[in-house]
Design a protein around this ligand. Structure first.
Ligand SMILES: Cc1cc2nc3c(=O)[nH]c(=O)nc-3n(C[C@H](O)[C@H](O)[C@H](O)COP(=O)(O)OP(=O)(O)OC[C@H]3O[C@@H](n4cnc5c(N)ncnc54)[C@H](O)[C@@H]3O)c2cc1C
Length: 417
C-alpha cells in the first residue's frame, strides 16, 4: 500500500486509520468493550487474559482453564504446533464438550467464527489457537495499533489508486474475465485461457501468478500441474466457508464503537463496523441522494445456521430476507432494555453484495462467486506450500497479469457502485 501513490506525495497506506476498541455485543445483555493495554511478563499476560474474558459470564474456573490452553499454544514451538496441534480440533483441545454453554459459545466458537468464519469443531488447534492469540497480542501492542481501517470507501482510497498505478506501470486488466484453463507442457505453464469481457482469449506470458481462491484453483489443476506441483494436488481437500456482507445506509450516524463489533450470540456470526467515524475527510452528502449520514457495514460469517425470524440459514434466504434477518440479529444485540441504538426508521437504504446470486445453490462447495475465507482441515500435508512456487513457477511470471478485484468491506459508496 505504501507504494500506491495517493494525492501529492502521499500513498494508500496513509489512508489507514487506527481503531482503539472492540465491542462485544450480546443478546439482551450488557456490552463489553476491550481496550488496549501492555503486560510485560507471561504472568501479566495470563492475568490480562483472565480479566479480559471474565465479564463474558463464563464460570471462572473454565476461564482459567481456557487461558491455560491459550498459553500452552503461545509457549509451544512451531514444530509442536505443526506435529501435534495441527491434528487436534480446537474444540477438543479446549475441552469444550465438557464445559458450560457459555464457554462453548463465547470461548469455543466466539470471535474465531465471527471474524474468520472458522468452526472450532473442525478447525485445528494450530490455526485457531494462533489466530486467537494474534487477536489478543494485538490488544496489548505497545504502539496501540490494535486494528486499522481505511479512511474512506475502499475503491476511493485504495483500489482505484492501485489500478491506476499499475496501469501506469504498463499492466493490462481484463476485467470480468474468468480463467477457464491453465495450459501446460511438462512442468511449464504455457498459456492461460480466459472467458468473458471481450469473449474467449488465450494469454501467453513470460510469467503467471495464480491469485485465485483455492476452490476456483482446484478444478483448474490438471494432472500435469499436479505432478509438477504436488503440494497443489490437494486443493480439493481444503474446506471453504462463506463470508460476505451487507451495508445499511443510515439517515443519522450510529457510531456504536471505535472499531469492530462482534455479535457474540448472533446465529449468523455477525460482525460490523460503523464507518462514518473513520472517514474524517469523506463528505457523505456528495454520495447518492445526499441523505446518508452513517454506514453500518455487516459481515455474515455463518451461512448455514438457522436465523431468528424465519428459522432459515442465510444460504436459503432471498436478499430481502437476509436484510431483515441481519437487522433483527443486530437489534437483538444493540437494543437491550431501555437502550435503543438502531431503529428501522433510521434506515435509508441497504446494499447486499451483487456477487450473491439468487437462488443461492447450496449443494456445490462454493457455488456463488461470493467471497470466502479458506479453512483448512487438520492436516498440514494437504495445505499448499511455499515450495510449490519454487518447484513450478520459478521460471514463469510477469507480462499481462489477469487481475479482477472482489468486493471487500467498505468497497461500496452510498448510492453508487
Ligand atoms: C466479507 C469479508 C470481509 C473481509 N474483511 C476484511 C477486513 O476488514 N480486513 C482484512 O484485512 N481482510 C478482510 N477480509 C479478508 C480479505 O478480503 C482476504 O484475505 C483477501 O482479500 C484475500 O486476497 P486474495 O487476493 O488472496 O483473494 P481475493 O481477494 O478473494 O481475490 C481472488 C480474486 O480472484 C477472482 N476470481 C475468482 N475466480 C476467478 C476466475 N475463474 N478467473 C479470474 N478471476 C477469478 C475473484 O473475483 C477475486 O477478485 C475479508 C474477507 C471477507 C470475505
Amino acid at each position: 500500500m505504501k507504494r500506491i501513490p495517493f494525492g501529492a506525495g502521499g500513498n494508500a497506506f496513509e489512508n489507514l486509520t487506527v481503531a482503539t476498541r472492540i465491542l462485544l455485543a450480546r443478546a439482551g445483555q450488557s456490552e463489553i468493550i476491550w481496550l488496549a493495554r501492555t503486560p510485560t511478563t507471561l504472568e501479566d499476560f495470563r492475568v490480562f487474559l483472565i480479566e479480559l474474558l471474565t465479564p463474558l459470564g463464563v464460570p471462572k474456573d473454565e476461564v482459567i482453564f481456557f487461558v491455560g490452553r491459550l498459553l500452552a499454544v503461545a509457549t509451544s514451538c512451531e514444530e509442536r504446533r505443526l506435529r501435534e496441534y495441527q491434528k487436534i480440533p480446537w474444540w477438543d483441545f479446549i475441552q469444550a464438550p465438557q464445559m458450560s454453554k457459555a464457554y462453548q459459545a463465547y470461548l469455543g466458537q466466539g470471535p474465531t467464527r465471527s471474524l474468520v468464519a472458522m468452526r472450532a469443531e473442525e478447525s485445528s488447534t494450530r490455526t485457531v489457537g494462533v489466530t486467537q492469540l494474534q487477536l489478543f497480542y494485538d490488544l496489548i501492542r505497545p504502539d496501540r495499533l490494535f486494528d486499522r481501517l481505511l479512511s474512506g470507501p475502499t475503491n476511493d482510497v485504495w483500489i482505484d489508486l492501485w489500478v491506476e498505478h499499475l496501469r501506469g506501470l504498463g499492466v493490462d486488466f481484463h476485467f470480468g474475465a474468468r480463467v477457464t484453463k491453465i495450459g501446460t507442457t511438462g512442468s511449464r505453464v504455457t498459456t492461460v485461457s480466459i472467458n468473458g469481457g471481450a469473449g474467449e482469449a488465450s494469454i501467453t506470458a513470460d510469467y503467471y501468478i495464480a491469485a485465485l481462491p483455492g476452490e476456483v484453483m482446484a478444478p483448474l489443476m490438471n494432472d500435469e500441474l499436479k505432478r509438477a506441483a504436488p503440494s497443489l494436488a490437494n486443493l480439493d481437500y481444503l474446506k471453504t466457508r462463506w463470508m460476505n456482507g451487507i451495508q445499511f445506509f443510515l439517515k443519522d450516524d450510529v457510531p456504536l464503537a471505535n472499531g469492530h463489533v462482534i455479535y457474540l450470540d448472533s446465529p449468523w456470526a455477525l460482525t460490523s463496523v460503523s464507518q462514518r467515524q473513520f472517514w474524517a475527510n469523506v463528505d457523505l452528502s456528495q454520495y447518492g441522494d445526499g441523505g446518508v449520514r452513517g454506514i453500518l457495514s455487516v459481515d455474515v460469517s455463518d451461512w448455514e445456521a438457522p436465523g431468528i425470524i424465519l428459522g432459515k440459514p442465510a444460504q436459503e434466504c432471498g436478499a430481502d430476507q437476509i436484510k431483515d434477518e441481519v437487522w433483527a440479529q443486530l437489534k437483538q444485540h444493540l437494543n437491550t432494555g431501555e437502550w435503543r441504538q438502531i431503529d428501522y426508521a433510521n434506515l435509508q437504504s441497504w446494499f447486499l453484495d451483487p456477487d450473491i446470486t439468487f437462488p443461492i445453490q447450496v449443494r456445490l462447495p462454493m457455488p456463488n462467486p461470493c467471497s470466502s475465507i479458506l479453512q483448512v482441515r487438520c492436516n498440514t500435508d494437504r495445505r499448499p506450500r511455499w515450495s510449490w512456487k519454487i518447484s513450478l513457477w520459478h521460471r514463469i511470471m510477469c507480462g499481462p497479469i489477469p487481475i479482477s478485484l472482489a468486493w471487500r468491506r467498505q468497497t461500496k459508496r452510498p448510492g453508487g457502485r
